[in-house]
Each structure stands twice: as structure tokens, then as C-alpha cells.
Design a protein. Structure first.
Length: 445
């Protein structure tokens, strides 16, 4: 079988085998650390914290940390503070001239931006770690355990440990990028998400077995639908619209250049998962205001705290569509693309170079962004539909949203990295010759 032959080829390539084993070692270290509880915390008294992380924002944070959040682990804050800092720096590099110049300085500029991102991560952690400890104290009090929070030794030491833990997780991600199979930070998030899948799958299977009348059939149907949604997400991540480009002929000395026909690939979902992240940040504001609990006194706030309700998902979908247009407009610059084509003696057949080319590219992007944003919104709210059909909360999270898109994107990127090693050494990839895996950033001509 071709798959077995591919696995054999992967193992026979010494460099690739070493990178995979190194990645597995770092993953084991990360998973081991996610079960080391903060000093001074009784692991047997975390039932209330586990219950709090079964839904809403806490469930998302716990999923991204691979359960470390609900375990009160030294890795409880995970990699998300670094992701937040990276998003802030990315936005600043678009709007602030200082960061724009730094981004254009090549490798030295990239190193400076990475250093600033690390400093910003530490700054975020200094504020986020005490907030986590306050929430932990409240949850522990519900089971009769007292954790004193304030300017004391426990708070200071725990803040340092949580900060160091997140920075260590970031370091593990960078080592996976340098010495492993690449995409280290994204791979850390992927591991955190996948770590929750077996438990959610077993829980769903057990609940369906207890159902009278066709419970097992329903479970198999859920698996089929989950696979279909996964394939749908792959198509959304890889979908592109190709614009033909003709390069004019030019002769320098005895050599002829140009005259070839290529394509500019425009992604249907150029913004990837960023619109969902931004929209979720907005939707979590009411939850943060009322302290993650409802008392029935404010119907408006309660409606937006129910992530399975109609109004929550309706507004959530509208925000995703709006942020998709916004983020696509930020990262795709039709004027710059038209200018680059003009500099390289390229043109779109039937379209005048310059302003007309920019308008044409902008029109195409607007046309493909609309269906892309709607499909992205549909994927984001699919977990709510799964809950309506009786799927458990933990298992429903894998039917869409941020977790599904991150899984699809990172898996495709990882397979693409492995396939590139195979192709460089004249081996076939995962598919027949001519078929190549495209990751989130892949540009197929």
C-alpha cells in the first residue's frame, strides 16, 4: 500500500526521522507539564474548576491548553498570551510606521519584532496570572478550600510560576519550529486540542450507549457528520480563485525573458481563523462584565451568555462576516499587487496595468470573500447546532469553530512540511505524483 510505503520512506530519511522524534519528545514534555499542579493547590479539590471549564470561554481556554487550565497546572495559561501578543504586534505592523519599517528590515527586523512580542507576552502574563489565581480561589472556595489571594508569597510565587510556564511552552514551540517538523506554536495548540478529543469521544460514546433505541446508530451518524465537516473545512482552507497573469517578453543580449503565463492565487478564506478569534473576543465582553455567571436579572446579558442560543450565534456570525472583510482588506493590498505586476512586466489579459488592475483584483477579492465569510460563519456556529441535536458539550466543540479550523490548518501545514522533505529526496508524497498538499499559506500556481 502507498501509505505504508510513505511511512517507510519517512522513517528511512534520517533528518526527517530525527525531527519527528524530537517533536514527539517536546510534546511529551508539554503534556507532562500540563498535569503538574501549582504548589499549594490540592489536586483533589479542583472539581468546581473542572465544572467551570465545561462550557463557554473557559472551555475554549481549557481546550487550547490541553486541560492544563482546569488542572491548575504550571502551564495553565498555555500559549494563548503569546498568541494575543503576536496578534497585537501584527496589527501594529499594519498601522504603525515604526513597526512597518521594522517588518521591511528583513531578518534583523523580524528578530526585533519577535523580541518585542516576547516582552509583550510577559507583560500580558503579569496581569493575566493574578486574574487566573483570583478565579481559582473562587472555585476552590466552593468546595471548602481556602486560597488566600493578595500581595502575599503564594500569589507572587504562583504568578512567577505561571509566567515562566507559559514562556517555557513558547520556548517548546520555537524548538519544534527549529529542530522539529515546523509550525511549533501552532503545533502546541493542535496538541492541546487533540488531547481533549479522546475523552470527549469516549464520553459521547458512553452517553449514546445508554440511550434506548438506536443510540449506537446515532453515534456512528455523528462520526460521519464530523468527518464531512472536517472535509468541508479542508476545502475552505485550501480554496483559491486563480487570476491569469501574462508576463511581457523582453530581450536582454542574447537571452529572452518573460512571455510566460502564470496565475495569482487569491484565497477564498484569506483571513483564516482570525475573524473567529476577533468575534469571540467581542462576544465574551458580556460574560466578563457579569463575572461568568447569570442571575436572571438581565435578559439581554443572559442571551449573549448562552453560546447555544439564537441571538448569540446570530450576532456571532454577523461579526465573523464583518471581521473577515476587515482582515482581508488589511492583509490583501490590491494596489501593491498591481504595482508588483507592473514592475515585473506582468499584466492581467484584458485589463490595463495600474489602477484598473488594482480595481479588478479588489473586485475579485470582494466576490470570493462574501461566500468565504459566510462559510466561515457557518463553521463557527456548527457546535451550537450539534448541541441542539443532543451532542455533548465537549464533543460538540469539534464540529466547528476555532478548534476545527486550527486542527485543519495545522494538520495540513504539518503534512506539507513532511511531504516537502519526501519530495526533496525524490520520494512520492502522501498522494500520487502531481497532487500536493496545500497548507494555509500555500500558493499553488
Amino acid at each position: 500500500m502507498k501509505f505504508i510505503e510513505t511511512i517507510r520512506n519517512i522513517w528511512n530519511i534520517e533528518d526527517l526521522r530525527g525531527r519527528i522524534l524530537t517533536t514527539l519528545l517536546f510534546v511529551l514534555i508539554y503534556r507532562f507539564g500540563s498535569f503538574i499542579v501549582l504548589p499549594g493547590i490540592d489536586p483533589t479539590a479542583l472539581d468546581a474548576l473542572h465544572a467551570q471549564t465545561e462550557g463557554g470561554l473557559m472551555a475554549l481556554l481549557d481546550m487550547f491548553s490541553g486541560g492544563a487550565f482546569s488542572n491548575a497546572s504550571i502551564f495553565a495559561l498555555g500559549i494563548m498570551p503569546y498568541i494575543s501578543a503576536s496578534i497585537i504586534i501584527q496589527l501594529l505592523s499594519i498601522a504603525v510606521p515604526y513597526f512597518q519599517k521594522m517588518q521591511k528590515d528583513g531578518e534583523s527586523g523580524r528578530q526585533k519584532m519577535n523580541q518585542i512580542t516576547r516582552y509583550l507576552t510577559v507583560f500580558i502574563l503579569i496581569f493575566q496570572a493574578p486574574s487566573y489565581l483570583v478565579n481559582l480561589s473562587v472555585q476552590m472556595a466552593q468546595v471548602g478550600q481556602h486560597v488566600e489571594i493578595g500581595f502575599n508569597a503564594f500569589t507572587i510565587v504562583s504568578t512567577i510560576i505561571l509566567t515562566a510556564g507559559s514562556m517555557f511552552v513558547m520556548w517548546l514551540g520555537e524548538r519544534i519550529t527549529d529542530r522539529g517538523i515546523g509550525n511549533g506554536i501552532s503545533f502546541i495548540i493542535l496538541i492541546g486540542i487533540i488531547a481533549r478529543l479522546p475523552g470527549a469521544l469516549i464520553q459521547e460514546f458512553g452517553s449514546r450507549l445508554n440511550d434506548a433505541g438506536g443510540g449506537l446508530v446515532v453515534f456512528l451518524l455523528e462520526i460521519v457528520i464530523l468527518i464531512a465537516v472536517f472535509m468541508f473545512a479542508i476545502l475552505l482552507v485550501q480554496g483559491t480563485r486563480r487570476i491569469p497573469v501574462q508576463y511581457a517578453k523582453r530581450i536582454e543580449g542574447n537571452r529572452q525573458y518573460g512571455g510566460v503565463r502564470q496565475f495569482i492565487p487569491l484565497k477564498v478564506n484569506a483571513a483564516n481563523v482570525m475573524p473567529i478569534i476577533f468575534a469571540q473576543a467581542i462576544m465574551f465582553i458580556p460574560i466578563a462584565i457579569v463575572g461568568f455567571r447569570t442571575d436572571g436579572s438581565n435578559a439581554f446579558v443572559n442571551a449573549f451568555m448562552d453560546n447555544n442560543g439564537f441571538w448569540y450565534n446570530f450576532v456571532f456570525a454577523i461579526l465573523i462576516i464583518a471581521f473577515t472583510y476587515f482582515y482581508t482588506a488589511v492583509i490583501i493590498n490590491p494596489v501593491q499587487m498591481a504595482e508588483n505586476l507592473k514592475i515585473n512586466n506582468g499584466f492581467i489579459p484584458g485589463v490595463k496595468p495600474g489602477r484598473k488592475t488594482a480595481e479588478y483584483i479588489d473586485t475579485i477579492m470582494s466576490r470570493i470573500t462574501l461566500p468565504g465569510s459566510i462559510l466561515l460563519a457557518i463553521i463557527a456556529i456548527l457546535p451550537a447546532f450539534a448541541r441542539l441535536f443532543g451532542v455533548s458539550m465537549g464533543f460538540a466543540q469539534f464540529y466547528g469553530g476555532t478548534s476545527l479550523l486550527i486542527m485543519v490548518g495545522v494538520i495540513l501545514d504539518t503534512l506539507q512540511q513532511i511531504e516537502s522533505h519526501l519530495v526533496m529526496r525524490h520520494h512520492d508524497g502522501f498522494f500520487e505524483s502531481g497532487m500536493r498538499i496545500k497548507g494555509r499559506g500555500a500558493m499553488a500556481y
